[in-house]
Design a protein around this ligand. Sequence first.
Ligand SMILES: [Zn+2]
Length: 285
Amino acid sequence: MNSLLALCALLVWWLALRPAPPRLTVTFLDVGQGDAIVVQTPSGQVMAIDAGRSTPEGDEGRRTVVPFLRAQGINRLHGLLLTHPDDDHTGGAASILEQIPVDRLFINGAPSDAPGYRRVLETARRRGAQIVTLARGQRLVFRDGVRAEVLNPPSDLLSDPSSDNEDSLALRIVYGETEFLLTGDAGSEAEEAMLRSGADLRADVLKLGHHGSRTATSERFLEAVRPQAAIVSVGPRNVYGHPHAETMRRLKTRGIPVFRTDRDGAVTVHSDGRILRIVVMASGR
Ligand SMILES: [Zn+2]
């Protein structure tokens, strides 16, 4: 009996001391209607993708993203990437830039006169973040073999400034044998352009474009991506009716499980380079 206890104690001790396997963690934060995603590489490089919206009561950078980063012990961002200038993706970015040192601000280069977006760029300059415009064909290389391929927009942009969703930066993040595809608010026009480009779109995890709108996540795109899981970043009872029933049906027909930030709260996906583990946190909203 005693030796069994000793063995158990030894096992617990060994499990406690054994280093955790290196892993990539991608967290889809619950920021209501909007997007905010945090990518943490195995060696601790961190990139935030979008920053949630601003509201009269405050913004999601201050309210959600910065507290999450602090709780994770993150005091510096390798990058803050804004998929496009819309407020539900950039409204919290100035608060992040004010409170956390950011090495680089990645943007899609689409012109925008939105005062909130202009303030983000001014804050980045004042705080010493390097502003970098990305386009299809470029890639961000992190340590540990993590890379992010830029699939959209093309360098000459797709759309006129009145409908800027199609110019969203779309990223395919690759770690070992696992891939994540994050498409901002890209719709079917951008999806067709990505298909035509001939780029490898396969991904295990797809963050649905434009909060699950019927104008994104086309059948042809799903056929090329073939995701094992879909994430929808969306607010409860939002005025747009996102995610649309047609999109949810397209996923259900293919048997793809859906995780929604309005129902599941923050959704975290861990990858050890081979196996994915998805953890959800019940929403506090
Ligand atoms: Zn959006």
